[in-house]
Every structure is written in C-alpha cells, then in structure tokens.
Design a protein around this ligand. Structure first.
Ligand code: ASP
Length: 407
C-alpha cells in the first residue's frame, strides 16, 4: 500500500481551508457562486458510500475467517466506542457547568421549534437499525441498516463456505473498484472544501453568531480538548504512534468532516486516510470505520450534553444530579442512533431535552447556529472513529494467526 500518499495533499487542503474562511469573510453571501464546486465534491463522495460500505464490510467480515475473530474485533470496537463516548459526554457536562454558556441568554430570541426535529424514542431508534427490506435500505442510503445487512451477509458467507465463494469474490472485486474510485475522488478534496466552506462562512454574519457565541465557543473548545487529550492518550498508549503523526494522518478527513458536517459523507476519506496514513489494514478499517461513522459520535454526545445544560441555564432551571446522569445515558444512546448527516445531532437534542423535562424551545434557540457546532462535532466524530480503527488494528497484530492482515 502506497505509504502516506494523501499527506501530499495536506498543504493544498489547508490552503483551501484558509482561503475558504477568508473568501467567506471578504465576499459575504456573494461567495455562494462557488457552491456548485462543493456540491460536485459532495455528490462524488456520496455516490460511492453505499457500495463502498457494503462491499468492504462484507469482505472484511467474511475474510476474518471465524466468528471468534469477528466477535473479538467487534467487542473491542464497541468497548472503545462506548468508553470514548462516555468520556466525551463527561467533558461536555463539565464544560457546560464550568462556563455556563446559557447564563443570561435572551430566551425571547427563540423562534419556532423546527418541524424536522421531532424524533422517536430510543427504543424506536435502536430497532430501526434492523432493516425490514435491505434493498430499500440500500436504495435510500440508510447506512446503519446497510451495515446490519452487510454484517449478516459476511457472516453468512463464512458459514456457507465453498458455495458462497462466488458471492465473496463479487464483493471483493466491487470493493477494489470502489477503493480505486475513492482514490481518484480524493484529489478533489481541496476544491470541495473550498466550495463547501466558503458559502457557509459567507452566509453567516457575526450578528447571527454573536448572541450564542459563548455556546459555540464552549462546544468548540470542549471538542478540541477531547480530541487533543483523549485521542492523544489513546493513540499513544494503545495505538503506539505519536499523536502528531495521528492528527497529521487523519487531518484531510477531519477537514472534510468539518466542511461537509457529515460523518457518512466523509467515510470514504476516513477509510483512505486510515489505511494510507495510519496504516490500518483494510480488514479492520472496513469493519470499524463504517460502524464508527454511524454509531460512534463523541462530538455529538459532547454537544448534546453542553446544549442540554445550555437550555437549562437559559430557562433558569437547576438540573439535579439525577437529571445529569440521565443526560449521560440518553446522550450516549442518542449519539449511537444519530445518523451521520448534517444537523442530525440537533434532532437528537429533542430526545434528550424531553427525557430530562426541559423546554423544547431550547432547540429553537440553538437551531440558527447549529451548523457551526456541527462542524466541530463532526470533525471529532470521525477523528474518534479513526483512533478506534488504529487501536483495534494494533491490538489485532497479536493475533496474526487468525487470518487478519496486519501491515
Ligand atoms: N453531523 C454529525 C455527523 O455527521 C451528526 C450530528 O449532527 O451531530 O457526524
């Protein structure tokens, strides 16, 4: 595998990032004319997601060779995801308590609660992971359902053995094709970041952000603290690489996540960066990353806890310790059920606020500036996924006998 191929793009990506921010500030809403460039890139990465996730996951699962290996990798992945999500929620709560972002906020600013933020219960959300019709999940791009179906297909291929080999070879070939296409699309990342980010910066004036600048800053700072401290410790102690190497390797994906606000949309780039720059094997990345892009959302869970405290503070409500513990539970479960698409975290906030009996008007207060917090939380979401892939890969190197390709 060509080593650190993508890092060659990092300078261009960083230049595009800075240029987008500057162009947004200088040209304001007029910079909207570059939006088609962003949409072009977004569509290009979106069109490969479903076949890429399906093919690579089926092959990844089928080639683990045994249920024992699969169970071991799955167990480690889920344990890592849960642990880091809990840490993120705790950091969010501490930041919310320490900086009180909601204190003194003018609640008369709250407009209508957006219709799109109505959600089902936690049970409904979890049950919805199981597709009733896998073909319609593929057609509608419901990634969590696609993962569920692909996992079972992979397991089925392992159980059937010889007769299922043509199916295995089909998906193996499809996965290789999708990797090649991904590689070609990656070259457009700088252009895509410019086209996506500049219009957002141009659209939002400081006057829109100012009333809630404290909330945005608390979420941003807490996200950065979680990434720098938690992931540095994780990748250094369990991943055996320097945090600098890790952050540099995953930076292209983190910046794409920042610009697209979509973990699912960023998935092809996350996979590519993890394999090329962090040297995670295909078998591990194809299993751990699609799963992470949909169920592991540290940034979202952190945001949910800050936003809940913000709402309580804005409405002058003192939260009890019991309510805060409930926030930890619901924010963790909620982040698992959150889709990796822009604004999904705001939808989940309805669930958390309802669970702890806080006014849903909090959503209306936040909705206008949610996009900015989405940038930070999505970046953290995918960075956490990559850290997970790295440590699972490293820990699997002890089990070379089990058919796992470890570079
Ligand atoms: N946009 C986030 C993601 O794709 C989800 C969220 O809104 O929190 O990871």
């Amino acid at each position: 595998m060509g080593k650190i191929r993508n890092i060659g793009l990092l300078p261009q990506i960083l230049i595009a990032f800075v240029a987008a921010v500057l162009a947004g500030i200088i040209f304001g809403p007029a910079i909207d004319i570059v939006q088609p460039l962003g949409d072009l890139f977004l569509r290009l990465i979106q069109f490969i997601i479903v076949p890429l996730v399906m093919a690579s996951l089926v092959v990844g699962v089928a080639s683990t060779g045994s249920m024992r290996t699969l169970g071991r990798i799955g167990g480690k992945t889920i344990a890592y995801y849960l642990a880091t999500t809990l840490i993120a929620v705790t950091i969010g709560l501490l930041a919310g308590l320490l900086f009180s972002p909601g204190a003194g906020v003018d609640i008369s600013n709250a407009g209508e609660i957006p219709e799109a933020t109505k959600t089902g219960s936690v049970v409904d959300i979890l049950l919805n992971i199981i597709p009733t019709n896998p073909l319609s999940s593929l057609a509608s791009g419901n990634i969590l359902q696609v993962i569920f179906f692909s996992l079972f297909l992979g397991v089925g291929i392992t159980m059937v053995g010889e007769k299922a080999q043509p199916v295995y070879r089909f998906f193996d070939g499809l996965a290789e094709i999708m990797y090649k296409i991904t590689w070609a699309i990656m070259k457009l990342i700088p252009l895509g970041i410019f086209g996506l980010l500049a219009p957002i910066i141009g659209e939002y004036g400081l006057s829109v952000l100012m009333p809630l600048i404290k909330l945005i800053s608390v979420v941003a700072i807490a996200c950065i603290v979680h990434a720098l401290i938690t992931y540095s410790i994780v990748v250094k102690s369990l991943g055996k690489i320097s945090p600098w190497q890790f952050f540099k390797g995953i930076a292209p994906a983190s910046l794409v996540a920042f610009s697209t606000q979509s973990s699912s949309g960023t998935l092809p780039v996350t996979i590519k960066c993890s394999e090329d720059n962090l040297e995670v094997s295909k078998k591990i990345s194809s299993f751990v990353l699609p799963l992470g892009a949909t169920i592991n959302m540290d940034g979202t869970s952190l945001y949910l806890s800050v936003a809940t405290l913000f709402t309580a503070q804005a409405f002058g409500i003192d939260m009890t310790v019991g309510q805060m513990l409930l926030v930890v539970l619901i924010a963790t479960l909620g982040s698992i059920g959150t889709a990796g698409v822009p604004g999904a975290g705001l939808v989940m906030l309805t669930m958390v606020l309802t669970a702890v009996n806080l006014p849903l008007e909090g959503i209306a207060l936040i909705a206008g500036v949610d996009r900015f917090m989405d940038m930070f939380r999505t970046s953290v979401n995918i960075t956490g996924d990559a850290a997970g892939a790295l440590i699972v890969h490293k820990s699997e190197s002890e089990f070379k006998d089990d058919n796992i390709e470890v570079s």
